[in-house]
Design a protein around this ligand. Structure first.
Ligand SMILES: *Cc1c(COP(=O)(O)O)cnc(C)c1O
Length: 425
């Protein structure tokens, strides 16, 4: 569910005509819907309310501090993966105990900053990292809690770059090794290793891998408890499905239906780290058609956004539904899917202005005919969209706009040319 819908053939973000936003802030631009973000967050909260659950929104999906403040106000915690994300979290009123810190390569400076901030849990990826955390906690006299990231060897059946819970990845330790780690470090006075973390990867489309992972982890937790270790929390990571196409992914309620019964009565606090499933379809990237061009048998639509603004199609082969902001009646209520069978569509490649063959948003895509000057929406662009953007080709980064009902505001300004060189001497 999201709040980007056509009214009389014109695309609205909640109560605002996106054409009006383009007229005011220009294109390209990221446009977020507040109601969509809160709707996702509150549905997850409700679905998992039978357990003692903390939702730690994953900042790396989209870290604008206005959005973080909004989520913190709803009771969200944060999943961070760097010192920079800790700094972003600190701009909000979040309860620091609701912060979990993952990542395979935490530096000393990042660890010390997080110790001083008093975060909830360090998610530990290796023995070497845990040893370093213990040393730094001792040195700074800051006690902390940690969760061991365990690799349940479950395949979420997603793209290989975003699969992280299989054995052959750089993340976490194998389930067999987990007991040894607890035996060696589980009774430390500075770092209380008292939780298990699992993150299967991003972009899963079914519930099964989560249930499978829980079923593999519970015996480990039982065994550890049997040996006298306290395991108070299970962090099941992120990667829950996001609606890149209509009706293709489980809802929060669907996930809960499979997962909650497995965890009920186990005396475990639950942490969830959703990124995509909260923010992905809460934004569009609005871009303008610059030129039409014929190359051989192919038709190209060249738009003013490029791979530096949204890299997912080129990096992950990701599908984004793309549709003009103004369409004829018959095109207004289509399903957002890869295979559209409607008369009057044109097959085109939608590409950006950057000097790279990989600068595309869609290939052989059916869309209603568009012309120079028309606005086009790239849907489900909220997650790993703006956060993965760059200044490649000396292109200023895009503004971010937050729509709330009939109002909208700029929550990040468009970079200027001066910004591009501001740090250069
Ligand atoms: C990236 C990441 C997430 C969020 O993943 P989504 O697919 O956006 O839900 C959660 N936890 C960890 C440890 C991550 O690295």
């Amino acid at each position: 569910m999201d709040f980007f819908q056509y009214k009389k053939g014109k695309l609205f973000a909640e109560g605002v005509d996106v054409e009006k936003i383009a007229a005011e802030v220009g294109t390209p631009a990221y446009i977020y819907s507040k109601a969509t973000i809160l709707d996702h967050f509150n549905k997850i909260k409700k679905a998992f309310s039978a357990l003692d659950t903390t939702i730690c929104y994953s900042i790396k999906a989209c870290g604008n501090i206005n959005i973080l403040k909004m989520l913190a106000a709803e009771g969200s915690g944060f999943d961070i993966v760097s010192g920079g994300e800790l700094f972003r979290a600190q701009q909000t009123n979040v309860d620091m105990k609701k912060i979990v810190f993952a990542g395979t390569g935490k530096t000393d400076a990042e660890i010390i900053a997080a110790l001083k901030a008093g975060i909830g849990y360090f998610n530990i990826e290796s023995e070497a990292e845990l040893e370093n955390l213990i040393a730094l906690a001792k040195k700074t006299k800051k006690k902390t809690k940690a969760a061991l990231r365990v690799n349940p060897d479950v395949d979420p059946k997603t793209h290989k770059f975003i699969t992280t819970g299989k054995k052959e990845t750089k993340f976490g330790v194998d389930i067999e090794r987990a007991e040894k780690v607890f035996a060696q470090y589980g009774k430390n006075e500075y770092v209380n290793l008292c939780a298990i973390h699992v993150h299967l990867g991003s972009g899963g489309k079914t519930i099964d891998p989560y249930c499978e992972a829980i079923k593999k982890i519970l015996p480990l937790i039982n065994s550890l408890r049997g040996k006298g270790f306290t395991i108070e929390m299970l962090d099941l990571g992120g990667g829950y499905g996001a609606a890149y196409q209509s009706d293709t992914v489980p809802s929060a309620a669907d996930y809960a239906k499979g997962m909650v019964p497995l965890l009920k009565g186990k005396n475990l606090k639950l942490v969830l780290e959703p990124g995509k499933s909260i923010i992905a379809n809460a934004a569009i990237l609005l871009t303008k058609v610059l030129y039409r061009k014929q190359g051989g048998n192919k038709k190209f639509i060249i738009v003013d956004a490029g791979m530096n603004d949204l890299i997912r199609p080129c990096l992950y082969d990701a599908f984004h539904f793309i549709w003009p902001a103004k369409v004829a009646k018959e095109f207004a209520a289509v399903k957002r899917t890869e295979k559209l069978n409607i008369k009057g569509l044109e097959f085109v490649d939608i590409v950006g202005p950057i000097c790279e063959g990989s600068d595309f948003f869609a290939k052989d895509r059916a869309i209603p005919p568009v012309n120079r000057g028309d606005l086009i929406a790239i849907f489900t662009a909220g997650a790993y969209g703006h956060t993965m953007s760059s200044n490649y080709n000396a292109r200023p980064m895009l503004p971010e706009i937050l729509v709330d009902g009939k109002n909208f505001k700029v929550i990040r300004k468009r970079q200027t040319y001066k910004d591009l060189i501001a740090l250069e001497k």
